[in-house]
Write a protein that binds this ligand. Structure first.
Ligand SMILES: Cc1cc2nc3c(=O)[nH]c(=O)nc-3n(C[C@H](O)[C@H](O)[C@H](O)COP(=O)(O)O)c2cc1C
Ligand SMILES: [Fe+2]
Ligand SMILES: [Fe+2]
Length: 386
């Protein structure tokens, strides 16, 4: 539990047991499911938590409320990591009204049945609710990253309760924010840049002093400015800086890996920031996030059964399904008898918007030789000019 201001409390829980977030993201440092209580003449609870933590969450609310009862449960997002305990809440506090929008209640009935929350208030976009000295404004943020999502602006402390936006993986609030926030955003919300941009525009008319997301730490001051800057870039599919290359490779017997490392050395010699990741061994969501972080991507992979090596094929799918665009891409292809991976990869990236291809293509026959080494160096020369 954390006191955010005189009347606002974070009453969520920490999940350190979870193996895969949303069934696919590794979270070795756990994750938090945040929920908030605003105490005023009327008391509001914002969002619930994952189903495994209902008891703990209700106990947290009880502690903060100190014998009083909540008047409202605001449901900003129906995904079960935040709404699994709505029914438990309603059972415990039947007099409290559940606040959502039209889409929220359609989903709530799907999850919990028609009889859920008979005491409900359906709000419209921009509608306000006064709790006393705190006034809440509900701002719809459809498809960030579900259709019913709304965020809540609190006028007294100028806090934006941002639902899943501005969240990050990791249970430790003091851990560095950017890497795990990027992995979270690109992985989960990356496809919806247009909608995130729309939501950012809508909230830009409010002065925001604090952001209280549903995962990870609350953001204020410098951390909030950095997060806002990152969200503006990410939602626009822009890299975080003008320079920098991700070399993403796969390799069965080590020869393609050697070419990837040689290219990294050559680029570093030329002053480029480089990150090298193994698509078969490094966390896939980190590989995807790093591809979005940098302006340039080199895919070094093997031709495999007349196609692209599976881990690289999957990586490209994961980029394209997240609308990867506005980047420079180059290829290194290794095949023993008929290398075709570069050609196939290029065709996949041609479907993405605004991709510039390096002219130099490195084709390796089994192992690096004088000719392919010269090509690796030529690719380094070309990449630093792009
Ligand atoms: C299961 C398997 C399928 C392969 N299929 C092809 C292929 O279709 N065409 C080709 O040119 N090479 C093919 N190769 C050969 C690889 O491209 C070759 O082993 C290459 O040197 C791998 O580079 P590495 O040392 O980085 O693993 C295949 C290799 C394996 C293990
Ligand atoms: Fe979500
Ligand atoms: Fe979430």
């Amino acid at each position: 539990m954390q006191k955010l201001s005189a009347d606002i409390f974070r009453v969520g829980v920490i999940d350190r047991q979870i193996d895969l977030f949303e069934g696919m993201y590794a979270v070795p440092e756990g994750v938090t499911y945040n929920s908030y209580v605003i105490k005023d003449e009327k008391t509001a609870v914002i969002d619930s938590v994952d189903g495994a933590f209902g008891c703990e969450w209700l106990k947290n609310i009880e502690t903060v409320l100190n014998g009083t009862k909540p008047d409202y449960l605001i449901v900003q997002h129906m995904e079960p990591d935040h709404s699994a305990c709505v029914a438990e809440f309603v059972k415990k506090y039947p007099d409290a009204a559940v606040i959502g929008n039209r889409n929220t209640f359609v989903m709530m009935e799907e999850f919990f049945g028609k009889d859920i929350a008979p005491n409900r208030i359906t709000v419209k976009d921009g509608e306000q609710l006064s709790l006393g000295k705190h006034t809440l404004k509900f701002v719809f943020a459809p498809m960030v990253h579900w259709p019913e999502v709304m965020v809540t602006y609190e006028t007294e402390t100028k806090t934006l309760f941002s639902a899943d936006a501005f969240g990050r993986f990791g249970a430790d609030d003091n851990a560095e924010w950017m890497d795990e926030a990027r992995r979270y955003y690109i992985g989960i919300v990356g496809k919806y840049g247009v909608q995130v941009k729309g939501a950012l525009k809508k909230i830009s008319e409010y002065e925001i002093k604090a952001v209280a997301p549903l995962h990870g730490p609350c953001l204020t001051g410098k951390a909030l400015n950095e997060a806002m800057r990152a969200y503006l870039l990410w939602s626009d599919y822009k890299p975080e800086s003008d320079r920098g290359t991700l070399i993403a490779f796969t390799s069965v017997y080590g020869h393609t890996a050697a070419a990837a490392r040689m290219l990294a050395d050559e680029l570093e010699k030329r002053g480029e920031q480089v990150k090298v990741l193994d698509l078969a061994r490094d966390d896939w969501a980190e590989c995807v996030a790093q591809a979005f972080r940098f302006p340039k991507l080199v895919l070094a992979t093997t031709t495999y059964n007349a196609d692209v090596f599976p881990a690289a094929r999957e990586f490209i799918d994961r980029l394209t399904e997240r609308n990867y665009k506005n980047r420079t891409v180059a290829f290194i292809d290794n095949g023993t008898w008929s290398p075709v991976a570069a050609k196939i990869m290029r065709a996949k990236f041609e479907k993405c918007a605004n991709i510039k291809f390096a002219e130099t293509e490195v084709i390796i026959r089994s192992a690096l030789n004088g000719q392919s080494i010269a090509k690796v160096k030529a690719l380094a020369d070309e990449l630093i000019t792009l």
